[in-house]
Design a protein around this ligand. Structure first.
Ligand code: HEC
Length: 173
């Protein structure tokens, strides 16, 4: 029994060392043939749909269906409704998944315009008079942190309800 205790204690003491060894060694060399620095995602030249798959689909799913179990709202046939209420246009740029993504401002504007296509994810929810997002518009609001996201979103949803818009975001029903 005593040996077991001592062995347990030694394991506990050795654990931080084992973790310390997991920290990358600054002197470590690249694997041969893999010396080139990795390209930042924004410089990789991927198309907008590929950017969506890489940056967004992990949570929102490929077709924008979202996931109630993970509190991720449905964008499919719904996300365009945010453009019908005051404050909604900026909200879409400022949600963390968007504003903190690895994409640059121009790529985010393209992504939003792609989401809003009538034959795309937003589908019928996009307003008739859709004004495309621009790089400058994204740059202007992207970095304003949203400190009260749930309340901000709830306010926008309430304004949609006032307009008689059905809240088919996958979370409300
Ligand atoms: C880590 C999971 C995750 C990733 C990655 C992610 N999102 Fe989200 N997204 C969410 C969640 C959760 C919400 C609900 C609001 C919140 O809590 O941020 C949301 C909200 C949104 C909204 C507002 C819609 C609404 O009904 O509130 C848009 C638009 C959006 N995301 C687009 C994107 C795009 C485009 C990307 C990729 C660049 C992306 N998201 C990446 C999880 C994610």
């Amino acid at each position: 029994m005593r040996y077991l205790l001592i062995a347990g204690l030694m394991c506990a003491m050795a654990a931080p060392l084992a973790q310390a060894r997991a920290i990358p060694d600054p002197a470590q060399k690249h694997a041969p043939g893999n010396e080139a620095l990795q390209k930042p995602i924004a410089a990789a030249g991927y198309s907008t749909p590929v950017n969506y798959q890489l940056q967004c689909a992990g949570c929102h799913l490929s077709d924008g269906q979202g996931s109630r179990a993970n509190d991720t709202p449905r964008m499919k046939d719904f996300v365009g409704n945010f453009l019908k209420v005051e404050g909604g246009r900026e909200f879409l740029v400022r949600v963390p998944g968007m504003s903190q993504s690895a994409l640059n401002d121009a790529q985010l504007a393209d992504l939003l315009n792609w989401l809003m296509r009538k034959d795309g994810m937003a589908g019928k929810s996009t307003p008739e008079q859709y004004q495309p997002y621009t790089e400058a518009e994204v740059a202007a609001v992207r970095h304003e942190a949203m400190l009260n996201l749930p309340q901000t979103r709830a306010g926008l949803i309430a304004r949609m309800r006032e307009q008689g818009i059905a809240i088919e975001d996958g979370l409300s029903e």
